[in-house]
Ligand binder design. Structure first.
Ligand code: ADP
Ligand code: ZN
Length: 620
């Protein structure tokens, strides 16, 4: 078998390339520059890692973030590939030891931040090293048109010129907009590169937009339904991050937080808590995530709308990297549009730009924002909307996103409507004046707060009639009664009053139906009129029974203890997708194990015995 397939099997445990990977690997091996544009999670790293195993010299990887390097090196290490990084978090001795291994030719890959290229020490080491390939990760950082401009990326070409021989150049990004792509090619000086732009679709991601009346409540119920899962909650501001994180902790969730205003030491600790699954929910601003290769992130919830679809897709794309089904939910409120506008207007203050350039950037950002709002408000397929934006053909309906899979339910709410109307009237009879919607709601739901008790409303015969009912349903019922003209809100005091039409429902057999959209991501318990149920806990596909679940739990426990022992994140041992396959297939031998995606020879020999033992204790 050809060497690249052998290495793919041996180190990664994969039997096939993903879209675009093979062409990129082949071009690099033939000495041609390449430019790969692939979505987050598309498998970019393999495109330069695999060649690094076959090329004579070392592969230098320019990567923007320390956390990213650390992760990648850890993952390579677990696969048995000699790799290292050089960055400012290391002591001088640590750096020297990397330089020594570099000179000795034992490293296949070395990761560095772009700033490092300019230091004399690194340059002199690089000049004495045979560098076959220079890979530029997150290459859009070189463009001012991109989201994360990093001026030091602009100095990569000067570094290359200072080398005795020009290595092959390979650039990768997930940003697909044309002006960013042109910038990358031009500024990096790629020589007639092989351009590969792969499909941007991520079929395992389910997209949904919700418009909650109470964002936090909505978040809470989404998280409650995902207690055993790991995910990210993105907020627009640091303040929101702190508030949301704190409230989640109060509500008993294992949440942690991340934003640029925190001390470096706290950021690092929180990030690790999340990556190592000590905390399952990361509440963060968009400062968190670039380079976070945590493959078992099973949901990304946006508490606020991001400012562009590029940003949204990149952030949401951090879910489901291991290929398991994952949810990307955006909690939308039209008020977000103002916040986003404000952020755009106050962020384009880059002093290196002329006023015209700044204006052009702001204009472009506003256009992006408009497209983002369009996404939130579209009645069509969410996935289709995203792919359209990235210029990719798509089906008109994906069948799985919130809009495509939405079910509507018409609930007969006549009895409940009568309760509401008579509660409004009785309160008025008791007090001599009408009340607002929120007090009436509390009375109906049996709330014993100060106001209700103070007015003696707990003595009304309608008190508590809707106790325990779903709030979303109750709200929808009020909406229906108001829009249907049974109740009006008086503008002066916001009091709720019955109209003559209310009599139809109360006395003449009129009926009221509430039509509710069933969310594809909200748990059934949250759905209107539905009884609580727990059937969404395991959204696993066919052929997975109770026994498999028990085994899977045991495999996860084993993975956890290995990861703790070795001080690596869970997914570095095995991804969820790999564990699920083990539970499904119940391998008996090391060879059986090797046929499972994600298990290469190194991992099989390191962990195989332990996992096989566990499997043998659970005969299917
Ligand atoms: P990107 O850098 O493009 O965001 P990664 O390189 O981190 O994506 O890859 C995402 C995930 O896909 C990783 O868990 C990786 O192991 C997996 N992956 C990459 N290539 C393949 C492949 N050929 N077959 C199966 N899984 C793959
Ligand atoms: Zn769809």
């Amino acid at each position: 078998m050809e060497q690249k397939y052998e290495l793919l099997r041996k180190y990664y445990g994969y039997s096939a390339f993903r879209e675009g990977q093979e062409e990129l690997v082949d071009a690099i091996m033939s000495g041609r520059d390449v430019f790969g544009v692939m979505p987050t999670g598309g498998g970019k790293s393999l495109c330069y890692q695999l060649p690094s195993l076959m090329l004579p010299g070392v592969t230098l990887v320019v990567s923007p973030l320390i956390s990213l390097m650390k992760d990648q090196v850890m993952a390579l290490d677990s696969m048995g590939v000699p790799a290292a990084y050089i960055n400012s978090s290391q002591t001088a001795e640590e750096q020297h030891s990397v330089y020594a291994r570099l000179r000795a030719g034992v490293l296949r890959l070395v990761y560095v931040a772009p700033e490092r290229l300019e230091t004399p020490g690194f340059l002199s080491a690089a000049r004495e090293t045979d560098i076959s390939l220079l890979a530029v990760d997150e290459a859009h950082c070189i463009s001012q048109w991109g989201q994360d401009f990093r001026p030091s990326y602009l100095r990569i070409p000067a570094f290359i010129n200072a080398l005795p021989a020009r290595p092959t150049l390979a650039a990768f990004t997930a940003t697909a907009t044309p002006n960013v792509r042109q910038d990358v090619e031009r500024l990096l000086g790629l020589r007639s590169p092989l351009r590969v732009v792969t499909g941007f679709d991520r079929p395992n991601l389910r997209f949904e937009v919700l418009r909650p009346r109470n964002r936090f409540k909505c978040l809470e119920s989404l998280l409650s339904a995902r207690r055993d899962k790991s995910g990210i909650v993105y907020c627009a501001t640091r303040k929101n991050v702190e508030l949301v994180c704190e409230r989640l902790r109060e509500a008993g969730f294992g949440a942690t937080r991340y934003h640029a205003g925190l001390e470096e030491i706290e950021r690092r600790r929180n990030q690790e808590d999340f990556i190592y699954d000590r905390r399952t929910v990361m509440v963060a601003t968009n400062a968190f995530g670039m380079g976070i290769d945590k493959s078992n992130v099973s949901f990304v919830i946006h508490y606020n709308m991001p400012k562009s679809l590029e940003a949204y897709y990149q952030e949401a794309g951090r879910a489901g990297r291991d290929g398991s089904p994952a949810d990307c939910v955006l909690l939308y409120s039209p008020a977000d549009v103002y916040t986003a506008r404000f952020l755009i207007e106050s962020s384009n203050e880059n002093p290196d730009l002329s006023p015209e350039e700044r204006r052009a950037l702001a204009e472009q950002d506003l256009l992006r924002l408009e497209k983002m709002v369009g996404y939130c408000e579209t009645k069509n397929c969410y996935r289709g909307y995203i792919l359209e934006y990235f210029g990719q053909p798509h089906k008109s309906s994906c069948g799985s996103c919130g809009n495509c899979a939405a079910e509507y339910e018409s609930v007969d709410a006549t009895r409940e409507a009568q309760m509401v109307l008579s509660c409004v009237i009785r309160a008025r009879d008791a007090l001599g004046y009408y009340l607002g919607q929120s007090v009436i709601t509390r009375v109906l739901m049996g709330g014993r707060d100060k106001r209700v008790l103070g007015l003696g409303l707990d003595r009304l015969s309608t008190f508590g009639l809707l106790k325990g009912r779903d709030r979303v349903f109750v709200q929808a019922l009020f909406d229906e009664l108001i829009s249907g003209g049974y109740l009006v809100i008086r503008p002066e005091h916001k009091t709720l009053e019955p109209t003559p039409k209310a009599r139809e429902v109360l006395f003449h057999g009129g009926t009221v139906t509430v039509r509710m959209r069933l969310s594809t991501v909200a748990p059934k318990a949250e759905r209107a009129g539905a009884k609580p149920s727990h059937d969404r806990k395991n959204a696993r596909t066919d052929g997975f029974d109770e026994a498999d679940n028990d085994l899977l739990d045991a495999l996860k426990a084993l993975r956890l203890s290995i990861a703790r022992d070795e001080g690596v994140p869970l997914y570095v041992v095995f991804s969820n997708a790999t564990l699920t396959e083990i539970a499904r297939r119940r391998p008996k031998t090391v060879d059986d194990l090797l046929s499972i995606p994600g298990i290469g020879t190194v991992k099989a020999s390191r962990y195989g015995r332990l996992f096989l033992d566990t499997v043998s204790q659970y005969p299917g």
